[in-house]
Design a protein around this ligand. Structure first.
Ligand code: ATP
Ligand code: MG
Length: 266
């Protein structure tokens, strides 16, 4: 059901819920098994860029220059040391929001740019910023599916309806191809009753759309970015890394079968 290139936006407007951690580790696992992967950093924080070992300070070309049409995407893509390519980002991207407003096809700038390179990749992951901004819209309009990392804590469900409403609006008005690939439970603490309760609630509301794999809270996942490496490369024996390997396998299964239902977007 997905075309040759699977393009997934990793989004949640809540900050610090594991979007970037999911983006870099999933990219690395898929690269390790021979998939050609591009990671698009759509966040001015540049965490996915740094977490892939690409120095965000020293970049002449970033996703910003691509979005505003100043640079060609091919020359802006950097090779990481992690087996996948990165369309990097840094603070320059803060200006994009204003620059894009008056541009034509402002929601489709990333989608249009990716047309030129997508055949080179099996997977393209788009790490979205923690907002429902024009940048995130560009991510959702370029993607075939959205992947939502969720922290199993009390307020987790609160922002979810806003996100799902945005996804529905994008689906209805801008990108009829967009599907919800699934919700991924992250930073899970099995000892916390609350974690279990929220996790069960997610299952009840969203059923099959919740991935079976659960990413535990694991300090290795938090340490790895300071070494410019995904945890699956920094310490592949850690519990967090093993969970991301398992998740990548589950994701592969999902995008290559017809198991995605569209009820979230329709
Ligand atoms: P932002 O919204 O700011 O872009 P994000 O949603 O991309 O944040 P991350 O940067 O992936 O979230 O994670 C937030 C913090 O939590 C980081 O310091 C990260 O290293 C840490 N972290 C992510 N996942 C886990 C985990 N499973 N266990 C422990 N720490 C984690
Ligand atoms: Mg992030």
């Amino acid at each position: 059901m997905f075309g040759m290139t699977v393009i997934l936006a990793i989004a949640n407007q809540k900050g610090g819920v594991g979007k970037t951690t999911t983006a870099v580790n999933t990219s690395a696992v898929l690269a390790q098994i021979g998939k050609r992967v591009l990671l698009v950093d759509l966040d001015p924080q540049g965490n996915a860029t740094m977490g892939s070992g690409v120095d965000k300070q020293s970049l002449d070309e970033t996703v910003y220059h691509v979005l505003i049409g100043e640079k060609d995407i091919v020359s802006s893509i950097a090779q990481s040391t992690c087996g996948y390519d990165v369309l990097p980002s840094n603070r320059d991207l803060i200006g994009a929001e204003l620059d894009l407003v008056s541009m034509k096809r402002r929601e489709f700038r990333l989608a249009d740019a990716l047309t030129d390179v997508k055949n080179k990749y099996d997977f393209i992951f788009i790490d979205c910023p923690p907002s429902l901004s024009l940048l995130t819209l560009n991510g959702l309009c370029a993607a075939r599916g959205i992947l939502i990392p969720m922290q199993c804590e009390y307020f987790a469900l609160e922002g979810l309806s806003d996100l799902i409403n945005s996804v529905r609006r994008v689906h209805a008005n801008l990108n009829t191809n967009l599907d919800t690939v699934g919700l991924l439970r992250v930073m899970y603490d099995p000892r916390a009753t609350l974690s279990q309760q929220v996790s069960n609630q997610l299952k009840t509301y969203f059923g099959k759309k919740v991935f079976s794999t659960i990413i535990p809270r694991n300090v290795r996942l938090a340490e790895a970015p300071s070494y410019g490496l995904p945890a699956v490369m920094y310490d592949k024996a850690s519990r967090g890394s093993k969970a991301y390997v398992e998740f990548a396998e589950e994701l592969l299964g999902r995008v290559t079968t017809n198991s995605i239902d569209r009820s979230l977007v329709e």
